[in-house]
Design a protein around this ligand. Structure first.
Ligand code: PAF
Length: 285
């Protein structure tokens, strides 16, 4: 059967369209804020490969921005986003609600207890960010009821928090984490990369190179030494300002100084360059 790509703006219309699908079809959801790039394309492709039908949502969620300027500057590229989605498959439903469709009363996030996962790293530097993410993701999962939902590991802390969200809110969905897609020289793909000058975008390979060396060092040294080494590397480089570098237990996201055998660790970094905030992370063992 041939489908054509549908762009849907309201929750009611989306629910109506989804209610007509056969109950035994699997449904994949890829939540996005638009400004789609190859990283998103790989999530969408994976969702298409693994499900009978796919919904891609495009919604710049105001309650997850703690900085109004960042929200205002967030790129809005709906036309090219739709082109990219339809180049993957014309059978995808694209959900593009207005803010008033999602936040009917007031534009505020719900408050969750993510058992501390939201208190470190991004949570420490971005007040209420994860409550905002939780609010929109819970709403999308509730409206769409997907079989699987796809999130990139570039936002690894977000991925862990969404797994926790589905556990504490008892939402029956499989959360799929997808590997980080990088530019040729190593910079993790992000909509924010578009805001970098060409020269700095090339130089930003420094962030991933530092993570790779940190990983090698972690095989031989304790976490505190690795952290000191990273801080020192950034002190030598005026163009990049380190906001945080942490090595954490993958499950609890608790930063550590010393490692324990048989625990999985990951290193996380946030950096300012040309007033753009970039994050990245790497599995250490
Ligand atoms: O990762 C993102 O793009 C956003 O945080 C998400 C998951 C779409 C929620 O707005």
């Amino acid at each position: 059967m041939q489908f054509s790509m549908l762009v849907i703006e309201t929750k009611n219309k989306l629910k109506e369209v989804l209610s007509k699908l056969d109950d035994n079809l699997s449904l994949g959801l890829v939540p996005t804020m638009g400004a789609l790039h190859k990283g998103h394309a790989s999530l969408i492709q994976k969702a298409v490969n693994e499900n009978d039908r796919v919904v891609v949502s495009i919604f710049v969620n105001p309650t997850q921005f703690n900085n109004k300027e960042d929200l205002d500057k967030y790129p809005k590229t709906l036309e090219s986003d739709i082109k990219l989605i339809s180049s993957i498959s014309k059978d995808i439903f694209v959900f593009t609600p207005a803010v008033s469709e999602i936040y009917t009363d007031s534009v505020v996030p719900k408050i969750y207890d993510f058992e501390g996962l939201d208190k470190v790293m991004e949570g420490e530097f971005r007040d209420d960010h994860f409550n905002g993410v939780g609010t929109i993701v819970e709403e999308l999962l509730t409206i769409i009821k997907p079989t699987k939902a796809y999130f990139g590991e570039k936002d690894f802390q977000q991925l862990r928090i969404i797994q926790k969200l589905t556990e504490i809110q008892h939402i029956p969905v499989e959360i799929i984490g997808c590997e980080i897609i990088r530019e040729d020289h190593g910079l993790a793909m992000s909509s924010r990369n578009e805001r970098l000058s060409k020269k700095i975008r090339q130089k930003a390979a420094f962030i991933y190179k530092t993570l790779q060396t940190a990983k090698n060092k972690f095989g031989m040294e304790n976490a505190l030494n690795v952290k000191d080494w990273v801080i020192n590397e950034f002190q030598k480089n005026d163009e990049f300002e380190l906001e945080y570098f942490d090595i954490t237990d993958v499950e609890t996201l608790t930063p550590i100084n010393n490692k324990i055998n048989n625990v999985k660790y990951r290193a996380f970094i946030a950096v300012y360059v040309e007033d753009v905030r970039l994050i990245d992370n790497i599995a250490l063992n």
